[in-house]
Design a protein around this ligand. Structure first.
Ligand SMILES: CC(C)(COP(=O)(O)OP(=O)(O)OC[C@H]1O[C@@H](n2cnc3c(N)ncnc32)[C@H](O)[C@@H]1OP(=O)(O)O)[C@@H](O)C(=O)NCCC(=O)NCCS
Length: 186
């Protein structure tokens, strides 16, 4: 039995549990999952990230939720909302983000979870705007942004946490406003 904060047709978005940590460590160690990040994470780093997500959800009631399949109660990764602490040129902002275990790519789960996260952002948090960003070459992630109805601002930026000479430094910035969301979902 799992307690979901948000549900979609196939997914449960919920608080993190200790049992999620080994699967999260496995996905964060996968070079394919981490292709557009500077490097895969070690399990201690993965655990720290899960614990931080858990703490932020406990503190404010929303965040990067653990995502599990409703039918099997199986943890598949995370999706949700986050206020980035990096010194981003468009901060302060709330981003929508996602990271799934590779065995669960290609089934529409990231888009399904993120659609619900955006509904929460606009209908429950009443935010004016949500952003998403990724390395320029991260086409799968950019495809999720496009499916969500987000617009490529074409205001690419250098991620402040990545070495300026690194090929992953240049990022795209997508946005969706509450009025755009409402127009698409009324
Ligand atoms: C980014 C990431 C979550 C995208 O995963 P994804 O599987 O491509 O995206 P979705 O879950 O939305 O699935 C969409 C795909 O499922 C297909 N699909 C299959 N069944 C579907 C269904 N029932 N409903 C909707 N789509 C379905 C779609 O056609 C689409 O396929 P395509 O990619 O061949 O066009 C994944 O690649 C990932 O975790 N990457 C590593 C982490 C990362 O880069 N995160 C972003 C950092 S900014």
């Amino acid at each position: 039995m799992q307690t979901c904060q948000l549900t979609t047709r196939r997914l449960c978005l919920r608080q993190w549990q200790a049992a999620d940590l080994p699967v999260f460590a496995e996905l964060n160690a996968d070079p394919a999952v981490m292709e557009y990040f500077p490097r895969p994470l070690q399990s201690i780093e993965s655990d720290a990230m899960a614990n931080k997500c858990q703490q932020l959800i406990a503190d404010r009631g929303w965040g990067f939720w653990a995502v599990s399949l409703r039918e099997q109660s199986r943890f598949i990764g995370f999706a949700g909302l986050h206020q980035p602490s990096a010194d981003l040129p468009f901060a302060p902002c709330v981003e929508v983000g996602w990271r799934l275990h590779r065995s669960f790519w290609g089934q529409g789960y990231a888009t399904e979870a993120a659609t619900e996260a955006l509904r929460f952002a606009f209908e429950e948090l009443a935010l004016d705007e949500v952003v998403a960003f990724s390395a320029v070459a991260n086409q799968r992630s950019r495809a999720v942004m496009a499916r969500l109805g987000m617009t490529d601002t074409r205001a690419n930026f250098r991620h402040p946490d990545i070495d300026p000479g690194h090929p992953l430094c240049e990022h795209v910035l997508y946005k969706i406003t509450r009025s755009q969301w409402q127009a698409a979902h009324s």
